[in-house]
Design a protein around this ligand. Structure first.
Ligand code: ADP
Length: 630
C-alpha cells in the first residue's frame, strides 16, 4: 500500500511536471495556430485578389469582346455594307453569329424603333432612351444599360451602340440596341474557377450578374439569396478590397473584391472562413510534428528530473516506512544506522521518528519496571492480606473464645457463688455437728470426714473452673527467671516420695510476667507430674535461656503421655482421670498464650513427660543478646 504511494508520488510528479510543461507547449501551439491562421488568411486573401483581378480581366475581355463585336460589325457594315443603314438581314446575321444575343433593335436618332429581332426584350427601352441617346448620339459612345433577369435566358445585359452614317463624317444615324445573355460569363467563371471559390460579378445596383455556382444560369430564387449575400458583403467590406464578412445566414466568409471596367460593377471572390480552420489544422498538425518532438524531449527530461528529485525523497521515506513498520510489529527502537538520514526535511522527520522510538523505548522500560514493581507489591500485598486474614481469623477465634470464656466465667461465677454458699453452710454445719458430738461414733466420724473431703474437692473444682474461665488483665512485673522458679518450687508442697532436682541455668534471664498466673500454670504442671508419678519419682525443674527466649522445663518420671491424646490434653475438660476436671492444662495453655509464649511437650510412653514453657526474655534497653537456646 505504502509502496504504491511512493510510486504514486513519482508518477504524480511526472504527471504534474508534464502538465506544467504542456502549458507552454499549448501556448506555443495556440500561437502557431494563430500565426498559421493569419498567414493563411493573408494567403487566401492574396489568392482571392488574384482571382478577382483575373475575373475582372475576363469580364473586361468579355465586354470588350462583345462591344468590339458590335462596333466592328457596325464599322464594317458602314464601310462595306453596300447599303446605307442596317436592315433586317443584318440583324438576323448578327444573331446567327452570336448566340448570346437575345434581342436586337435599330432605332433612329430620336429613338424611334425601325427594326427588331430576337426574343422580346426584358427591359423597357423607352425608359432608357434618354440615357442611350445621350451616350450614343451626343457623346458617340457605347451605352451599357442595366441588367435584367429572365427565367429562360438568365441574366441579360442591355447595351446600345451608335450606328454611323459613314465612317468619315462620324454622323450617328441611329442606335443599335442589344440585349446580350451573360450566361457565357458565368460559364466562363465556372470553367476558370470551379466551386472551390465562389465568384460573383455584380453590377452597379448590387445585382449578381454572373455566378460560378450556377452553371445553368442564375435562378430567381438563387439570385434573391445571392443579392442579399452580395449586399451584406458590400456593406461589411465598406471600402476595403478584402475582409472577413458575416453573411445573412451566419456563415463567415473571406472575401476579396475588384472593380470592373464598367462603372460601379464589381467582382467578388469568396470562400467560407472555416476553410482556414481546416488548412490551419493541417498546417498545425504539420507544425505539431516539431512540437510533439519537443514534447517527447520534455517528457524524457521530466522523467529524468523526477527520478533525480523524487528518488532521493522516496528512498529514505521507504526506509522510514520499513522502520516504522518494524516499530509497529514490536521492534523497540529505530537505529540511526538503519536510515541513511538526509540533511533535509525528511532527515528532520527521521530524527523525530527515531527520537519518538527512543522515548517509546524508555517509556516501555519504565512501564516494565513499574509492572514488575506492581506485581511484587501485589505479591507482598497478597502475603500481607493472607497474614492479616490469618491473624484476623486467629483474633476472631480468640475473640469468640474470649467471649465464650467471658460468658462461661460469668456463669461459673454465678454457679460457683450459688454452690459455694451452700457448701459453706454444709461445712459450717459439719463443723457444728463435730463440736456437738463429743464422742462421736467411728462411723459417724468417718462420714463427717468424707463430707469435709468432698466439700474440699468441690471447692477445688470450683476454684479450677473459676481459674480457667475468669479473665482479668495481666499484671506484669520483671522477675529473674531462676529465683522466680525456685520460689514457686519452694512454695509447692511436694509429697515425700518425690525427689526434686533443680537445674537452674547460670544466666539468670529476666522475664516480664504476671507472677501469679504463671505460678498457677507451673503448679498445675507439677501437680499433674506428681499425680502421674503416683507420689514416687523424680521431678526435674530447670531453666535454659537463648538470645530471645528462656525455657522452663518440668520433667517427670511418670508413664508419659500417649500419642493419641497429646493433641487433646490442652482442651478444656479433657481428662483421663476419674476425678479430674480437665482444666489444669487448659489454664496452663491460656496463661502461656496470654504471655505470648510457647509450649512444647516431649514424651515417650513409659519414660515420663517433659513440659517446656518458652517465654520472651526481657532485655533492658541497651542490653546485647548473645547465643540461642541450645
Ligand atoms: P486433669 O488433671 O484434671 O485430668 P489436666 O488438664 O491437668 O486435667 O490434665 C489433662 C490430662 O493430661 C490428664 O488427665 C492426664 O491424662 C494428662 N497428663 C497431664 N500431665 C501429665 C503427666 N505429667 N503425665 C501423664 N499424663 C499427664
Amino acid at each position: 500500500m505504502v509502496k504504491k504511494k511512493f510510486r504514486g508520488l513519482f508518477f504524480n510528479a511526472v504527471l504534474a511536471l508534464s502538465l506544467i510543461s504542456l502549458v507552454p507547449l499549448i501556448f506555443i501551439g495556440l500561437h502557431l495556430t494563430r500565426v498559421n491562421s493569419r498567414v493563411l488568411q493573408h494567403e487566401i486573401f492574396q489568392k482571392e485578389q488574384v482571382v478577382a483581378g483575373r475575373l475582372s480581366a475576363i469580364v473586361h475581355t468579355y465586354i470588350t469582346h462583345v462591344s468590339e463585336f458590335f462596333s466592328v460589325f457596325i464599322d464594317l457594315h458602314t464601310e462595306f455594307g453596300g447599303h446605307a443603314f442596317l436592315n433586317q438581314e443584318d440583324l438576323s446575321y448578327l444573331r446567327a453569329k452570336n448566340p448570346s444575343i437575345s434581342y436586337l433593335a435599330l432605332l433612329d436618332r430620336k429613338g424611334k424603333m425601325l427594326l427588331s429581332a430576337g426574343n422580346p426584350p426584358t427591359t423597357d427601352y423607352q425608359t432608357l432612351l434618354p440615357e442611350m441617346i445621350k451616350s450614343c448620339i451626343v457623346r458617340k459612345e457605347n451605352y451599357w444599360g442595366p441588367v435584367s433577369f429572365s427565367a429562360q435566358r438568365g441574366w441579360l445585359a442591355s447595351m446600345a451602340f451608335p450606328v454611323y452614317e459613314s465612317l468619315n463624317n462620324k454622323f450617328v444615324a441611329g442606335i443599335l440596341v442589344v440585349q446580350v445573355s451573360l450566361q457565357p460569363l458565368g460559364q466562363a467563371l465556372l470553367q476558370a474557377y470551379p466551386l472551390e471559390m465562389e465568384a460573383f460579378i455584380v453590377n452597379a445596383k448590387q445585382e449578381v450578374v454572373a455566378y460560378n455556382g450556377a452553371a445553368g444560369g442564375v435562378t430567381d430564387t438563387i439570385s434573391d439569396k445571392l443579392n442579399q449575400q452580395i449586399r451584406a458583403i458590400h456593406e461589411e467590406l465598406g471600402g476595403n478590397l478584402t475582409g472577413e464578412v458575416k453573411l445573412p445566414d451566419g456563415r463567415k466568409w473571406l472575401v476579396a473584391s475588384a472593380n470592373l471596367i464598367l462603372p460601379g460593377w464589381k467582382v467578388y471572390v469568396g470562400q467560407p472562413a472555416n476553410i482556414t480552420s481546416k488548412l490551419v489544422l493541417e498546417s498545425t498538425v504539420r507544425s505539431y510534428g516539431g512540437v510533439l518532438r519537443i514534447a517527447l524531449i520534455m517528457l524524457l527530461f521530466i522523467l529524468g528530473v523526477s527520478y533525480w528529485v523524487i528518488i532521493p525523497i522516496t528512498r529514505p521515506l521507504e526506509r522510514l516506512r520499513k522502520a516504522a513498520l518494524r516499530l509497529r510489529e514490536g521492534d523497540e527502537i529505530i537505529r540511526r544506522e538503519e536510515i541513511d538520514i538526509p540533511k533535509n526535511e525528511i532527515g528532520d522527520l527521521a530524527e523525530v521518528l527515531i527520537e519518538t522510538s527512543e522515548s517509546l523505548h524508555a517509556r516501555r522500560e519504565d512501564l516494565l519496571s513499574a509492572q514488575k514493581m506492581l506485581s511484587s507489591t501485589n505479591q507482598d500485598l497478597e502475603q500481607r492480606v493472607e497474614e492479616r486474614t490469618r491473624e484476623l481469623k486467629a483474633l476472631t477465634g480468640q475473640l469468640v473464645k474470649n467471649e465464650r470464656l467471658a460468658t462461661m466465667g460469668q456463669m461459673a461465677s454465678i454457679i460457683s457463688h450459688e454452690i459455694r454458699n451452700p457448701l459453706a453452710v454444709i461445712s459450717n454445719a459439719t463443723r457444728l455437728i463435730k463440736m456437738l458430738l463429743k464422742n462421736p461414733d467411728v462411723k459417724v466420724e468417718k462420714q463427717i470426714s468424707i463430707i469435709e473431703s468432698e466439700i474440699k474437692q468441690a471447692n477445688s473444682i470450683i476454684g479450677e473452673v473459676l481459674g480457667y474461665v475468669r479473665s482479668r488483665d495481666l499484671i506484669l512485673s520483671k522477675v529473674e527467671i531462676n529465683s522466680y522458679v525456685h520460689d514457686v518450687l519452694a512454695s509447692y508442697p511436694l509429697p515425700s516420695g518425690i525427689k526434686l532436682v533443680e537445674r537452674l541455668e547460670a544466666s539468670n534471664a529476666n522475664v516480664k510476667i504476671d507472677t501469679e498466673e504463671m505460678k498457677q500454670a507451673i503448679r498445675n504442671i507439677i501437680a499433674n507430674a506428681v499425680e502421674a508419678m503416683q507420689n514416687q519419682g523424680t521431678l526435674t525443674v530447670g531453666t535454659r535461656s537463648g538470645r530471645r527466649m528462656v525455657c522452663i522445663y518440668i520433667t517427670d518420671t511418670g508413664p508419659g503421655i500417649a500419642v493419641d491424646i497429646r493433641q487433646k490434653i490442652f482442651s478444656p475438660f479433657f481428662t483421663t482421670k476419674a476425678r479430674g476436671t480437665g482444666l489444669g492444662l487448659a489454664v496452663v495453655g491460656k496463661a502461656i498464650m496470654r504471655h505470648q509464649g510457647k509450649m512444647f511437650i516431649k514424651s515417650k510412653e513409659g519414660e515420663g513427660a517433659c513440659f517446656q514453657i518458652y517465654l520472651k526474655i526481657y532485655h533492658n534497653p541497651g542490653d546485647t543478646c548473645y547465643g540461642e537456646i541450645g
